[in-house]
Write a protein that binds this ligand. Sequence first.
Ligand SMILES: [Zn+2]
Length: 348
Amino acid sequence: MASLLTNLKQLSNANGVSGDEHAVRQIVIDLIKDHVDELRVDTIGNILAVKRARGTAKLRVMLDAHLDEIGFMIFGANGDGSLKFRAVGGIDDRILPGKAVLVGPDRIPGVIGVKPIHLLHGETGVVKIEDLAIDIGAASESEANSAVTVGQTATFATEFRTWNGAASGKALDDRAGCAVLIELLRGPRLPVDILAAFTVQEEVGLRGAQVAAHAFDPDAAVAIDATPANDLPPTIEQDVSPNTRLGHGPAIYVMTRRDLSDPRLVKHFVATGDAERIPYQIRQPGGGGTNAGGIIPARSGVPTISVSVPTRYLHSPASLIYLKDVRSTVALVRESAARLTPQMLQRK
Ligand SMILES: [Zn+2]
């Protein structure tokens, strides 16, 4: 368990905005390289690793987790030395003002500028990202330009913390999934070949997963991600029943706006959870999708299921998970993959 937590901390604190996943990729490679039979980085930056089966492989099962996180891209410097920036991936403008960020490969500290309350004259409402700027303390445009270049990325500066079985961090979507997949690769061989894909550019359109699924051409796939848990006290959102809840185990998807989990895999994962007494929950259908949407149509089609760690405050500076849900996700994916047979995937 210590290593799962240590890995999660290291992964969450690393910066890896979509398209700029280098630092996270290095951490993952170091953690898995002695535990897999094949390892390569493909042309767009996915890590593709194979852990062969114990004995003759019954199936080739792809397990996916995305390396990238939501964040920002620097668009240029303003005359006053502040930085213009835009979002990479889905970020709500409401949460931006006053947040600490880290800019560029050197992790230069910055703050998303906001007018202090003392100077406000009754202005309210959401300030659009176009009207915000990142302040790195530079005194002039040229000073800003010498520190940061256009196209560099920035992330929230939140440090990973853990207390009382909970953990919070800036990039648990999807470093929680990465930690699960690393744990599976560092564990014992299974009766199936594990084709592990740590994929890039999920947050901007599931791009890495499409390439990885094409390369692996697997018999079945599991997208391991973090999913929103809208389980706040009922006084806050009385009319919405929680889509997932913290502490109730991995969330098995049946349908999102973008993809359908293969019903045979849903049945199998549910049966495995019941048989092995691993907690799980069915995610309420609807809402945003996962890399499953990129994997399902690959090649001649891949039966795919999404399994996610329930996560509060997704795509914000600090999301929050329960560590026991991460452990249950490892167990459910491992046991379900181990028990998967070609017969289960045969069309009758
Ligand atoms: Zn995600």
